[in-house]
Design a protein around this ligand. Sequence first.
Ligand code: FE2
Length: 248
Amino acid sequence: MIAIVSDLHSNLEAVEAVMDHCLKLGVKEFLCLGDVIGYGPDPLAVTRIAQKTFNVSLMGNHEEALVTGKHRFNPLAARAIDWTRSVLAGTTGPDAAIPWFKERTPFVLKGNLLLVHGSIYDPVHDYVDEPENPVEAQQMIETLSRDFSGFDICFAGHNHTPFLATTLGIMVPHDGHRTFRVPKGHKAYVCVGSVGQPRDRDNRASFATLDGDHLTFHRLKYDFQRTQDKIISAGLSRFLAERLEQGM
Ligand SMILES: [Fe+2]
C-alpha cells in the first residue's frame, strides 16, 4: 500500500496523526506532492520526517519560495516563508534542510503514475480546480482524454481539496463512500487534499492511499488546538491558526 500526502505545511500534529495511522494500515511507501513547509509552526520537525520517511518528496510552490526567495504570496504566506527560512537556515551538515529542498524536483513519473504538486500543465504553480458545473466537468474529462499521455493517474496537491476526476465522472469523497476503483486503462486526476491545512470546510487531515487499483481517501482528526497555540507563540498570523479550525 502506498500513501500519497501533500501540503503538510509544517503542521507536526497533523503529520504525526497521519504517519501513525499509515503505520497501522501497513503503508510501505510514502509519496509526498510538496509543500512540506510554509504557514505552520514546525518546519524543522516536519522536514526531518520528510527526509527520513518519504520515498518521494516533490518541489511545491512553498519549497520554491523557500529556496529562491521569489514568489507571489500574500503578505501572511510571505512572512511565514521568511520565518521558515530563518528556522531552517540554522541546519547544517548532510541533512541541512535548505540544500535538501533545493534538490527536490517538480514532478516524478513512477510507472503509470505522474506525481505533481500543481497540475500536469505547471507542476509547481497551477491549480487543478474542482469542477463545479457540468461544463467544467466536461472540460476536465476532455483534459484527461486529450493530455494524459504516458501515464494513467496523476496525483496532485496544492488545491487543498480532495476529489477524483476520471473519464467516467467526478467524485468527491465523503464518509459514506471514500474508496474507488480506477479501472485499468482509464485516466484519472487524484487530488489528495492537504494534511496540514485542509480547505474544504473539513478540518481533518486529508490524504490518500493506493492499494492495487483501489484508491481510498482518508480524513483524520488531530489536535489542531496545539498547532494553533504554536502558530501564535511563533508570532505567525492569527488567521493561519484560525483557518485550521475552520478547515478553509
Ligand atoms: Fe501549494
